[in-house]
Every structure is written in C-alpha cells, then in structure tokens.
Design a protein around this ligand. Structure first.
Ligand code: ADP
Ligand code: MG
Ligand code: MG
Length: 502
C-alpha cells in the first residue's frame, strides 16, 4: 500500500508540467468513482493545444490496466531506491564529456574519416548507406547551414574488472534523439522523497541536483539565437506515435520560458508542408524554422520513401539540425569501433593529448569484423568465446545486440560473408549487480538483481569553425535487471534511477 501511495505521488511528479504552456494544461487530483478505495483516487491530465498529440485525455490511475490497451499515459518506470555509483567514476564521466563533444564535432567535419570508417558498413547496411548518401549529397551541394548544435549522451557501465576495482567503460555515444534528459530531471525529487519517507533525510540531501533538460534547452536556445531570425521557431521532429512526449515537453517548456517558440512536427508534416526558399531557409506552415531538434529518424522503421525525402529537405536547409546527418553518422557503432584503432584519436584531435588520454581510458575492447585476416581472427575469437563479447549491428533504441549462444550462431552463419561487416564486436562489460525494486506500470513489484548504466549529456554549439558552447549538461542513470542483457527504458527493460554517490 505504501508503494502504491508512492507511485501515485511520483507518477504525478514525473508528469507535472507548467500550466501556462501548451501541452498539459491542467493536472488535477481526483477521486475515481467506482474505483476500489484501496487504490486511493487518482489524477487526471487534460492535454490540449499543440499538435500532433493534442487529444483530450483523462487518466485515472486505478484504470491503468485499461489504460494500457487504450494507449493513454502511464508513468515512466523508475527504481524505488537510488543506486550506488562510485563517485570517482561519476566524476570521470563528467570530466571526459567536453572531450567527447569535441571529438564528435571533429568527426562530423571530417568527410574522409567518415567515408573511410563506414566504407565496409555501407556496402551491406542499407540504412547507414542511405544516411551516408544524404550526407554526400548535401556536401556536394554545399552546406547552407553555418551554425551547428550537438546534443549527445555518452553511456557507461562500471566494469567490475579483474581485481574488483570498478572501471568506467563507455557502452556507446548517442548523437541523435538522446532521450530522458527531461524525465530524469524529476527523478531526484522522487528518490529524495522516498529516502525521506524511509527516514533517511541525510541520504536524501546527498542526492545531486540534475536538470539535463535545462542544459539541452540552453544549447538549443544558443543555436536559435545565433541563427539570428527572431521570428523563427524551433521545430521538434517527433515520432508518428508519441511514446515519450513528456520527456520532450520538459525541454520544450524550458524554451518557452525563454520566449522561444516551439512547434512539433512529424516527417510526414515536413513532406507535406515543408519548403525551402532560394536561400534554403526552411519554412513550415509559413513559419521560418531556425532549429530542427530530431527526436525521430534514428531507426529504419522511422523512414518511408516520403520521410527520406523530408529528411533530405531538412538536411539541405539552412536550419540548424540537431544533429546534422554527419553528426548522426559520427554516432554509429562502426565509427565507435574505428575510433579505438591506435592513432585514430590523435589524428582527429591533433594537439589534444590529454583529451585523447581521457577518452581512450573509457574505451572497452572493440573489434572490426571487416573482411580480411583481422576480421577472420576476430570472428573466430567470438565464436570460441561468445560469452566474453557483444555483437552489435548499426542500430539504435535497444534490443538489437546479440549475446552468448545467439551471438555464436549468427556469427557462425555469416562468418565468411560480407554481411558480418554490418556488425562490430565489443568486450562484454560485467558490472557487479545490486538489489533494487523496479517499478513500472502493470508489473508486479519484486526485488531484482540490477545493473546500472550512467549517461552524461553533452551539448555544444559551433558557429563556422568556432566552438562557442561546450558543456556537460547533466546525467541519466538507468537500471535494469541482470537477466536482461540488452535494452533501454524505451525498450521496456531499463528504468529511471538516480545515482547515490559512494
Ligand atoms: P543502443 O544504441 O541500441 O542503445 P547499446 O550499445 O547502448 O545500443 O546497447 C544496448 C544495451 O545493451 C545497453 O544499454 C547495455 O545494457 C547493453 N550493452 C551494450 N554493450 C554492452 C557491453 N559491451 N557490455 C555489456 N552490456 C552491453
Ligand atoms: Mg544508442
Ligand atoms: Mg544505448
């Protein structure tokens, strides 16, 4: 019952939006008629204004089982308790973020590197090839865009290592649609309150404040300002089916608070109504667009032929794309693997030896499966020892990697085929598990052995060749049960958490 009470409070906190903004216009506590008393009332959300999600919506918490099938709102999943994170590793992750921002930005401007790194992949992976084609096409035409905005999230796990000392190891860097910067801005309050309810006020006061949505919005605001057209808007490019709208609203509201107008559109809207003028300024419904913030467009299923056309239109435009297509490509798993080759970081970041050292210290073992003797050896090594590795395709969003027996079977099948080059191989990180409760709608509550993944949000803005903003904007801790090898929050595996530094 206590947990139910907590859930009620937190679901409200996670959804709370400023009443003046489009989006959630009212959040009211309510008592549900006919609902079991034990469930203790509920809340209703009235959503109005804006598109394309503007359906009037009423949700009573006791109706959650019905809500699941009706596709209405359910609360974001979270851990009951914050999870322990070694403070030295937490600091290390923050300390390397500006280096990673610089690195991603450098890769995005290095046509030769991208071409070379992705050469084998684009021969066999249609999705990466298609992105790469747009990249080539916009470069051939000449970039109309002169202000660049990067929002990324570098993710890490804490490898338990041979001697038991945990080490920070990068899992990947997400350079497009890196999410949960909004919802995680609320989890500190959630976990602070849980600790207080449990009689641990001192521990509650040790939780670090964290508001990535503010940092993300600052980056978008800076890019908007440098675009220098006061009547222009920021466009969030959103999914066809809205699954994580409240996360996005947190960033959106920060922009409205700075008097920067935001519109939300889908690829389909861009295809139907987007246009460029002779200076390649982008217009949507008669409004000039200064910044396009993608929360969509990172997996093949996001693209119909029309959506590809819309993507090309956006990329050709003068608007600041977050990210531009080159930066999206810089975040592929294949690029990550190529970065681990000796000498590559030095070439990409000349004269920045300390940054190179900091970045390299976070790399786990990464191996190319390109055709040739090197790839043959790697494939044989993985087939012999599948439990030591993760096999990764060029995909995002969780749930795509292969492990253990499945890894072995797939690799055995494609070991002599160029198809293997659509994957990279990575050392499997083995963090020490800890107990926690994972709370999600419609799931029974049980204690689980869990592992966590720490993400640091990076934001940077470049004007021409000058980096005018380069910051770490906050963090995200996601925790999952050990029995799931893969998968993030959106994939339904991990839940939102808060680091408790130890
Ligand atoms: P995606 O872009 O789909 O999020 P990731 O590389 O982040 O791809 O992998 C998805 C999930 O798989 C991660 O969140 C993590 O839980 C797990 N994972 C990925 N790489 C490793 C690894 N090297 N060791 C252990 N787990 C991993
Ligand atoms: Mg990813
Ligand atoms: Mg990931």
């Amino acid at each position: 019952r206590a947990v139910e009470q907590l859930l009620l409070q937190y679901s409200w906190m996670l959804f709370r939006q400023s009443p003046q903004k489009p989006g959630v216009s009212r959040v009211e506590p309510c008592v549900c008629q006919g609902a079991p008393r034990r469930a203790g009332g509920g809340f209703s959300l009235h959503i109005s204004g804006g598109s394309p999600s503007s359906v009037p919506l009423k949700l009573h918490r006791p109706d959650l089982s019905a809500a699941a099938s009706l596709q209405v709102v359910s609360f974001a999943p979270f851990t009951l308790l914050p999870s322990a994170v070694p403070s030295a590793l937490f600091e290390q992750a923050y300390a390397v973020q500006q280096d990673f921002n610089m690195l991603v930005d450098a890769i995005s401007q290095n046509k030769e590197f991208l071409e070379h790194a992705l050469a084998s992949t684009i021969k066999v992976d249609d999705f990466t090839a298609r992105l790469f084609r747009i990249h080539t096409q916009v470069l051939e035409e000449g970039l109309a865009q002169s202000v660049f905005l990067g929002i990324n999230r570098s993710d890490y796990m804490f490898d338990s290592g041979v001697d038991g000392t945990p080490a920070l190891k990068q899992i990947e860097i997400n350079t497009i649609a890196a999410s949960f910067g909004g919802l995680t801005s609320r989890t500190v309050a959630v976990h602070g309150q849980v600790l207080k309810v449990l009689g641990k006020p001192q521990e509650a006061s040790r939780l670090l404040p964290n508001n990535p949505s503010r940092g993300l919005a600052l980056g978008i605001a800076k890019a908007w300002e440098l675009y220098s057209s006061p009547s222009a808007v920021v466009m969030f490019l959103v999914e066809e089916v809205q699954r994580n709208i409240f996360d996005q609203r947190c960033v959106e509201n920060e922009l409205w608070n700075r008097n920067i107008p935001v519109i939300r559109r889908r690829f389909r809207d861009v295809f139907e109504k987007g246009s460029l003028d002779e200076a390649r300024r982008l217009y949507m419904d008669g409004k000039e667009v200064a910044v396009v913030y993608y929360r969509e467009g990172y997996v093949p299923s996001n693209y119909s032929e029309q959506n590809w056309e819309a993507r090309l239109l956006l990329e050709r435009s003068r608007a600041v794309k977050c990210p531009d297509i080159a930066t999206q490509l810089a975040g592929t798993k294949k690029v990550q693997q190529e970065l681990s080759r000796p000498g590559t970081l030095e070439r990409l970041l000349p004269g920045r030896a300390e940054a190179v050292t900091r970045i390299r210290a976070t790399f786990a073992g990464l191996y190319s499966l390109d055709m040739g003797a090197e790839g043959d050896t790697v494939a044989a090594m993985a087939i012999t020892n599948p439990d030591r590795f993760v096999l990764k395709p060029q995909r995002e969003g969780g749930g795509n990697n292969l492990y253990g027996e499945e890894l072995r079977q797939v690799l055995e099948k494609i070991r002599d085929s160029p198809q293997r080059t659509s994957y990279i191989l990575m050392d499997k990180i083995k963090p020490r598990p800890a107990l926690n409760y994972l709370l999600r709608a419609h799931s029974p509550l049980q204690v689980s052995e869990c592992v966590s993944e720490l993400g640091i949000f990076g934001v940077y803005v470049r004007q021409g060749s000058e980096l005018v903003l380069n910051e770490a904007a906050g963090h995200l801790l996601r925790t999952k049960a050990v029995e799931h090898a893969d998968g993030g929050v959106a994939a339904g595996v991990a839940v939102l958490d808060t680091p408790f530094l130890v």
